[in-house]
Design a protein around this ligand. Structure first.
Ligand SMILES: Cc1cc2nc3c(=O)[nH]c(=O)nc-3n(C[C@H](O)[C@H](O)[C@H](O)COP(=O)(O)O)c2cc1C
Ligand code: SF4
Length: 491
């Protein structure tokens, strides 16, 4: 993962945990209405992909165990990982793009409800993403993937400085291009072709292809169908994934230059998200909570900044969303070049760092690093006369940090992903005045590296513990447990 050049190693902030009495009156543990439901506390576990679904995207016992373990800590809200809304193969990522996925998801909601004693609202994050290929071998790219055009012939001719390349067959052109040094290729291939060679081909919402042109016609229905299935499966709500590197965030982004009324100025970029919200709401009604996660800052060059995000926040709140969950970065545009045979991963560049900051940071450090974005958006929403709850995330792992975000008015709920992975019981321990027993996340991103390699996600602080204890399920590598050990005080 990219790290800020300063590479200052930050110590974990001192944590003064509350007594049970202090926790009882703390803002963090007060209820809050989210549309038709009420979260019992303002604690939130945001979506985290654990790589535990079947190859066909179905819920497994490991998926159920993963979410039940979080539910035992009784967060106010628990969001199930990004779940694909299309009926297309996507490896072991959870799917909800057809009715056959609903029974497994219903089993999941029932198990989580039992594990939290009904104290946790369970949402599911609905995602659409475009296709991405692995970085090809150079020879294969020229032999199979590159479409040869006259521009390539002209480029070769210009490079030779003499002769006529027009008589070259496509195969000759492929061979000659494949033998050129990179510096010469840069003058012949288009920027997009170079990108496909260096990173693997990746679709953009701005591409001129029928299935991409049709996205605005297709996506509202796909999201609405998926949301309906989520309601049938017993979820308390859905979170529309409008963040990071995926389709809907790409529509919102200032990099979206579509000319069909769905790109360009902000009013056009927000059009499809608003149409998705309307379609989903018409199906969900007040049976469930409907919110979205989107970016307070794209971080990448030419992308959205917080003023765009604040403007979108007001539009999305006006559209009747029940919450706005704010993330940051996580884009393909600045991702590192993957190894041959691997896909680009949108959390490897500076924008990825901002999404999941580590202790190797700049002067600001990783802790509560992004709450200012949520604060700016919340202020804009309030200035527009709305009170839609805003969720902040990013390096929040102590009571004081969470409480300060709430008391300072930056957000209405506080999301913690990695700290909750490190210790799924941490909210409950805080409430019970047992903060000194909390296993504290070290923010070095071992878990995120597993995600990058599409391996089952675990935490380094507990995944080698008591591997031979009864009922322990091991990861595919046989070396790690898949869920955190039980909290001794509750067994
Ligand atoms: C393993 C892993 C998987 C993640 N998967 C998702 C996801 O499916 N959807 C999403 O919006 N964010 C995802 N995130 C980002 C987190 O929800 C969160 O925004 C980020 O980790 C920063 O919060 P934290 O500092 O509390 O960890 C993931 C993070 C991790 C570590
Ligand atoms: S693996 Fe590291 S960063 Fe991830 S949750 Fe555990 S301690 Fe935190």
């Amino acid at each position: 993962m990219w790290q800020p050049p300063e590479r200052i190693k930050h110590a974990l902030p001192l944590a003064a945990w509350p007594t049970a009495e202090a926790a009882a009156t703390a803002r963090l543990f007060q209820p809050i209405a989210l549309g038709p439901r009420t979260a019992r506390t303002r604690t939130w576990i945001p979506a985290m992909v654990p790589w535990r679904a079947t190859e066909d995207g179905f819920v497994t016992q490991d998926v159920i165990d993963w979410y039940c373990r979080f539910a035992e800590g009784k967060p106010g809200v628990l969001v199930v990982e990004a779940t694909g809304i299309r009926d297309i193969p996507s490896g072991p990522l959870l799917r909800i793009g057809a009715d056959r996925f609903a029974p497994g998801l219903a089993k999941l909601t029932a198990a989580v409800r039992a594990a939290s004693g009904g104290e946790t609202l369970l949402f599911i994050q609905l995602i659409d993403f475009l296709s991405i290929r692995r970085r090809p071998e150079r020879a294969k790219f020229f032999a199979r993937f590159l479409t040869i055009t006259e521009r390539h012939r002209a480029g070769l001719f210009a490079l030779r400085g003499h002769g006529d390349a027009s008589g070259l067959s496509d195969d000759d052109v492929r061979r000659e291009l494949a033998n050129l040094p990179d510096a010469d290729l840069a003058g012949i291939l288009s920027p997009r072709e170079l990108d496909d060679l260096r990173y693997g081909a990746r679709e953009r919402v701005t591409d001129d292809a029928p299935h991409l042109r049709e996205l605005p016609q297709v996506l509202p229905g796909l999201f609405a169908d998926a949301a309906q299935r989520a309601m049938t499966a017993g979820f308390d709500g859905v979170e529309l994934h409008f963040a990071h590197a995926y389709t809907m965030a790409s529509f919102l982004s200032a990099l979206n230059t579509r000319t069909d009324g769905y790109g360009g100025p902000r009013e056009h970029r927000v059009r499809l998200p608003l149409e998705v919200v309307a379609a989903v709401r018409s199906r969900v009604g007040d049976r469930g909570v409907l919110g979205c996660r989107y970016l307070g800052d794209d971080v990448v060059e030419g992308g959205n900044r917080v003023d765009d995000a604040a403007w979108f926040g007001v539009e999305l709140a006006r559209a009747g969303l029940d919450f706005l969950s704010i993330s940051k970065g996580g884009k393909f545009e600045d991702a590192k070049q993957p190894k041959v045979g691997w896909s680009a991963y949108p959390y490897t560049g500076p924008s990825g760092y901002e999404c999941m900051p580590t202790i190797y940071s700049d002067e600001r450090g990783p802790f509560a690093r992004n709450t200012n974005l949520a604060g700016t958006i919340r202020a804009a929403v309030h200035a527009a006369g709305l009170t839609t709850p805003v969720v902040a995330a990013g390096g929040i792992s102590t009571f004081a940090q969470a409480e300060a975000v709430l008391v300072g008015g930056e957000a209405d709920l506080v999301a913690s992903a990695r700290q909750s992975l490190a210790d799924p019981d941490w909210f409950r321990k805080m409430r019970e005045g047992r903060g000194d027993q909390i296993r504290r996340c070290e923010f070095t991103n071992y878990c995120e590296a597993l995600d990058q390699q599409h391996k089952q996600v675990t935490c380094k602080l507990w995944d080698r513990e008591a591997l031979d204890a009864p009922d322990v399920t091991l990861a595919a590598d046989g070396k790690r447990r898949l869920v955190a050990p039980p909290d001794p005080s509750t067994r």
